[in-house]
Design a protein around this ligand. Structure first.
Ligand SMILES: [Zn+2]
Length: 108
């Protein structure tokens, strides 16, 4: 695959972000029917993120396991707990925890 060098990196990052957003919304759609496909979309989104060095948008950071990269759906394949100032996600697949700072203002 050829890498387009003609475009400015800012533009590329915007396109990359769009694709990441798109992949996560696809993952959400297909999760119930095929969780494996949702995981695949997460993998693709991560690869795009790494290639273009874009940080994963914060709303997506909690949607996949940072240990095994499974697409996470609270109540389906992960458990969410609030402990003090942290939100703790427990991935059912790899049985690892992820912790995020808890900020009510930014939580939907
Ligand atoms: Zn996991």
């Amino acid at each position: 695959m050829k890498r387009p060098h003609s475009k400015k990196s800012g533009q590329l990052k915007e396109i990359a972000l769009e694709r990441i957003n798109e992949l996560f919304s696809q993952a959400e759609k297909v999760f119930r029917k095929s969780p494996d496909l949702a995981d695949r979309y997460v993998e693709l989104a991560r690869k795009i993120g790494m290639k273009y060095k874009v940080t994963m948008p914060r709303q997506h950071k909690r949607r996949f396991c940072k240990h095994c990269y499974t697409y996470l759906v609270p109540g389906a394949n992960c458990r969410v707990r609030l402990t003090g100032q942290k939100v703790v996600y427990f991935c059912h697949k790899c049985r690892n925890y992820m912790r995020f700072p808890y900020s009510p203002a930014k939580t939907k």
